[in-house]
Structure formats: C-alpha cells, structure tokens
Write a protein that binds this ligand. Structure first.
Ligand SMILES: NC(=O)c1ccc[n+]([C@@H]2O[C@H](COP(=O)([O-])OP(=O)(O)OC[C@H]3O[C@@H](n4cnc5c(N)ncnc54)[C@H](OP(=O)(O)O)[C@@H]3O)[C@@H](O)[C@H]2O)c1
Length: 267
C-alpha cells in the first residue's frame, strides 16, 4: 500500500510501539517526524531506519506533559513539512511517574498521566488539524483494558487518562467529520519490544506464558510492527469511512471472558 507524498508525526517514536508505527509508515512512503523525550540516540536510530526504507523525516525532542513544548513540536512540523497528513499520539511517560494505587496516588502522578494523555491529545489534535488538509488521519494509542477494568490498581491514573483520551477521540471524530479527517483509537494488546521489556523478568515471564497459553487466541504477544500495520491500514483511502472507533489490535485477547480460565474457553 502506498502512502507516498504523505507526512506524519508520531509522538514517542524513539522506541517501542511508536517506532514500529514510524517504520511501517516509512515503508509505505510516508515522511515521519520522530519525537522523543530523553533518548536522542534511539530517536536518531529510528530516523536512520526510516532512511534505509527510502523515506526521510526529522527528530524533535519534547515533554508532552508541557503544553508549550507540544506547540513547539508542531512549529517544527510546519517548518520541516509545511503540512501534516497523519498524527499519532503515542508517547507515554515512564511507568514509575504514574504507577500508584488509587488510595495513595499523589496529584503529581495523577497529573502526569492526564497531562501526557488527555491534555496532550486535546492540544496535539488542535495543532495537527491546523496543518491538515481534508482526509487527514488522527490516532490515539490507548490501552482499553486499562481504561475499562479496575484490577491492576496502580494503573488507576493511566487507565483514567486513557479513558478520557478515548472519549476525546469520539468528540473530535464528530468535530472533524465534515473535513473528512478520521479520528480513531488503537488499543494494542501486550506488545514485545516495548515498555513490557523493562518489567522485572518474572513479570515478563508470567505475561508471556499467560498469553501464549491461550489468553491471546493467536498464541503470541503483539509486536510494534503489528501496530504499525494497523495504523498504515487505517491511513489508506479505503478506511475513510471509519471514524471515532476504538480498534483492538490484540490477536483476539479482548474476546476472552475474564471469568472463565482460558483452558476451558479454548476447548
Ligand atoms: N507496550 C504495550 O504492551 C502497550 C499495550 C497497550 C498500549 N500501549 C500504549 O502504546 C504506547 C507506547 O507504549 P510503549 O510500551 O511502546 O512505550 P515505551 O517503549 O515505553 O516508549 C515510550 C515513548 O514515549 C516517550 N516519552 C516518555 N516520556 C515522555 C514525555 N514525558 N514526553 C514525551 N514523550 C515521552 C519515550 O521517549 P524516550 O525514548 O526519549 O524516553 C518513548 O519514545 C503508550 O501510549 C502505551 O500506553 C502499550
């Protein structure tokens, strides 16, 4: 699928899922603005990989919890590309900055989650659409299991912030429908080569075994490339009638019934 001539910005594309999205877009001919927070070397490496795929782009640093720095990202997009066709809001702060249970979470941790997700998406979309012609594409990368459930207690701030972002997706989808700009949320399942690989080995093993044993019907975790493929697919002209939706990209994991062990469900 060719998306040649299009320009994208992917926040948090130095590593993980954001990098997978940036590389898949580049393979389709898209020029990509690579955004990072602290890891400049990883961002430069993403750009190198983009060039190896025959595309190009630039690297920009910013803290997405700071509104003025979000504006700075889009000023750079304007000066480098002159326009924007695809905006992917993917960046998420390091887990210790927000991971705390509801009865004792600090306001600072709560604000970090909301500022980086709901507020960053609100501001980012408003900046992005000022550079977009008709038929632009906007994506929020969410984790819908975290915004729908309550079991993983220290996820309370990020789950609530992602829920607010998913809600904004629907409001923006209506606001931008007349312009033919689509706005969708993509919800990956647990993904390799991402934040998951920074968890203690025991937690990683438990998660992998659980999903390979059956919680993910396809029998494996996702990859950043899987999510990149979904974003590229939704950037096609053929996806222009889909807007305001929450798309699970998880090998079927969200179809499992949490009240019944996987061994019984899969038989
Ligand atoms: N991983 C999963 O299994 C999974 C599942 C469902 C949903 N998701 C969602 O997918 C997205 C990406 O997750 P990931 O696991 O791939 O992330 P990751 O590997 O932890 O990478 C996080 C990215 O965000 C950037 N970042 C960190 N703090 C920032 C800040 N304050 N301001 C701006 N950028 C900042 C990082 O930049 P530096 O490299 O410069 O630090 C990096 O590019 C997140 O929204 C996450 O909630 C992930």
């Amino acid at each position: 699928m060719s998306l040649a001539g299009k320009h994208a910005l992917v926040t948090g594309s130095s590593r993980g899922i954001g990098r997978g999205i940036a590389l898949k877009l580049a393979e389709s001919g898209v020029k990509v603005g690579i955004h990072y927070y602290q890891n400049e070397r990883a961002a430069n490496n993403t750009l190198e990989e983009i060039r190896k795929r025959g595309s190009n782009g630039f690297v920009i640093q910013a803290d997405v919890t700071r509104p003025e720095q979000i504006s700075g990202i889009f000023q750079r997009v304007k000066s480098e590309f002159g326009k924007l066709d695809i905006f992917v809001s993917n960046a998420r702060p390091e887990v210790p900055a927000f991971f705390h249970p509801p009865l004792t979470i600090t306001l600072e941790q709560w604000n970090t989650a909301f500022d980086s997700q709901a507020k960053a998406f609100l501001l980012g979309v408003r900046e992005a659409v000022s550079l977009m012609g008709d038929s632009g594409r906007i994506f929020a990368i969410t984790y819908a299991e975290g915004s729908r459930t309550g079991g993983l207690q220290p996820w309370v701030a990020m789950g609530s912030a992602k829920a607010a972002m998913e809600c904004l997706v629907r409001y923006f989808a209506v606001a931008l429908a007349k312009r033919g700009i689509t706005v969708n949320a993509i919800s990956p399942g647990w993904t390799e080569d991402s934040v998951m690989n920074t968890l203690p080995q025991q937690a990683q093993d438990l998660l992998r075994n659980w999903h390979q044993r059956g919680w993910t019907p396809m029998g494996r975790l996702g990859t950043p490339q899987d999510i990149g493929n979904v974003v590229a697919l939704f950037c096609s002209e053929q996806a222009s009638w889909i807007t305001g939706q929450l798309i699970y990209a998880d090998g079927g994991a969200s179809l499992m019934n949490p009240e019944v062990p996987p061994e019984i469900q899969l038989n």
